[in-house]
Design a protein around this ligand. Sequence first.
Ligand code: SF4
Ligand code: SF4
Length: 162
Amino acid sequence: MRAFGAVSGIGEFAKGMGFTLKTMFTKPTTIQYPEQKRQVYPRFRGRHVLERYDNGLERCIGCELCAGACPANCILVEGAENDPDNPTSPGERYAKRYEINMSRCIFCGLCEEACPTGAIVLRHDFELADYDIPSQIYTKEQLLVPAAAPVSARQQVTSVGA
Ligand code: SF4
Ligand code: SF4
C-alpha cells in the first residue's frame, strides 16, 4: 500500500513539473503596465466625451435625455437657448452646463444610447482613478472635444480629468 502511494506521488510530481516546464516556454499573459498598455476591445466603454460636428458646432442640444436614461443619476444637464447670431449647437438649445459624476458611473452606455445627436460617447480611456470625489466630477469643458481636433485624435482622449 505504501509503495503504491509513493508511485502515485512520483506521478503527480512529474505531472506538476511537466506543467511548469510547458508554461516556461509559453508567452506570458502579463504586461508591464503602465509602460505597456493593453489594447481594449472595440466596444469597450471608457471615459465619456462630448462630440462636435465637423464644422465645430457642439452636438449636444441640452435635451437631457442622457440624464433621464442614466440609472446611476450621475449626469447633470442645464440647457439654454442658442444665440441665433452665434449658435453653440445647430438646434434651438445647447448645454450651458454639462457634468458627469464619474465616481457614480457604471459605464453602462445608456447615455450614449439615449442621445439623439451622438453627442455623448464613451471612448476607450480607462485610466480614471483619482484621489477625491470632486476631481471625479467632469465638467463640460473637460468632456468637450477641442474644436480643432482632427477626428483621428478624438478617438483616443488620453488627458483625463485635466
Ligand atoms: S455610462 Fe451609464 S452610468 Fe455612466 S453616465 Fe452613462 S448612463 Fe450614467
Ligand atoms: S448629450 Fe445628447 S442626450 Fe444628453 S443632453 Fe446632449 S444631446 Fe441630449
